[in-house]
Design a protein around this ligand. Sequence first.
Ligand code: PRT
Ligand code: ZN
Length: 286
Amino acid sequence: MENTLRLAIQKSGRLSEDSLKLIKECGISFSQGIGKLKCEAFNFPLEFLFLRDDDIPQYVSSGIADIGIVGENVLLETGEEVKVIQQLGFSKCRLSLAVANDFKFEDIRSLEGKNIATSYPVILQKYLDEKKIKAAIHVISGSVEIAPSIGLAEAICDLVSSGSTLLSNGLREVEVVLKSEAVLIGHPQMNDNKQKTLSELLFRIAAVQKAKDNKYILMNVPNDAIDTISKILPVMKSPTIMPLTIKGWSSLHSVVKEDDFWRIISELKQAGAEGILVIPIEKMIS
Ligand code: PRT
Ligand code: ZN
């Protein structure tokens, strides 16, 4: 079909679960089937290609896939020409330089003339060039964190999320080279029909993401505190007020940003709000 979009996602790994979850939250259903490399959605013009994450940028830049979900780290390393359509907010990590705990590191110049092991030679070389540091880059594809202990390199440049891998290998993070998260990428040219499908998909993704950032909040308030409490709430529009059967009290409903919630909760209580309930929102359309 002319309007069917081909989406490349990681077959199995750290990006897979969240990528599929996002698609499902967009109301798109499909049956992946064990070991299958391709499948079609039942209720949306979308076809899936399940690939290794390293191959996703190339599939999208060549147009075999129209869109893909991949980590920014992989995208920048491959250097493929694709459009970054949207940050997706999951698989957050950083590509960092780390050294052995007993290595004397003052600043990046401490790595001049040293050996650095990494699976990200392109990003690392660019970073070192910017900092005007000359170091020998040793490319290894896995278990980069053991390089210092086996004498292969004084430093490593690898992905870090919790930091526990570095810690358990006696390493310490010294510089963040890149912050990364999953992004939706797209082929630079798409026909109008595919573009329409993409717009619909992006509309759904925005509704899912906005809902995650916001919470529905309900509380009982004395009528004479409605004005004060309404002013505390950073709402899109004015809150909904409904009378309670107890005289002089109302139920106030609104939407608050998750980030704002903990900041305003004590203000709400102080202003007389009681029985505060906070409920997740499934979709939010503005
Ligand atoms: O088989 P395929 O090639 O598809 O997968 P892969 O093994 O190359 O990648 P995968 O599934 O491990 O990671 C996919 C993407 O997830 C990466 O490209 C990143 O964008 C993102 N991501 C997020 C991470 C991490 N967090 C992460 N912590 N990728 C890898 N790690 C590794 C890191 O390399 C190190 O070994 O986890 C370890 C560090 O984790 P902490 O928590 O101990 O700091
Ligand atoms: Zn990979």
